[in-house]
Design a protein around this ligand. Sequence first.
Ligand SMILES: [Zn+2]
Length: 175
Amino acid sequence: MSLWTLGGEITQVIRVRFIPFSLVPEGPERQLVMAALVAREHSQANHSGFTCGAAAESIEGEIFPGCNVERVTFTQTTHGEQNAIDTMVCSGHKLLRRVALVAAPRDRKIIIDRSDMPEKQPTMRDFPSWCGQCLVNVWENSGNDPNVELLSLRSDGILFLTTIGYAYPMAFEIQ
Ligand SMILES: [Zn+2]
């Protein structure tokens, strides 16, 4: 017997959107992803070869870049999203509006002019994602706003959109 058969309602579903990036209009979302693309160029990923660029947008609308910075000790490696959020905080801004992520192996070119959807319907698992630690960091600087947006651009030009409320419903807080 499984506990899942004992009844009760399914109370939460995750909402995501997949969008060809070239259909994203000029505006803060596009600017944020483009900032993450530039930040990826600065990634220090000597050990994994997996380059991550990120960008954090404050509620005031300012954009702060970040990239992964790998260290030979590995445990001291900085994640791109953490770098962007910490840079935002260091610049005097505490609250996020959205965070973008562009991550792929170093040699992989990121397509940004795609306007069609792929034949195979994308799934969340196909996209570079926030690790658990970075989700905690996003939540901590969300001002308890579940609508802070998370965007991830896949190398084939498809953008993934969700919110911190959907991606991280069991938010860790000190009550
Ligand atoms: Zn992370």
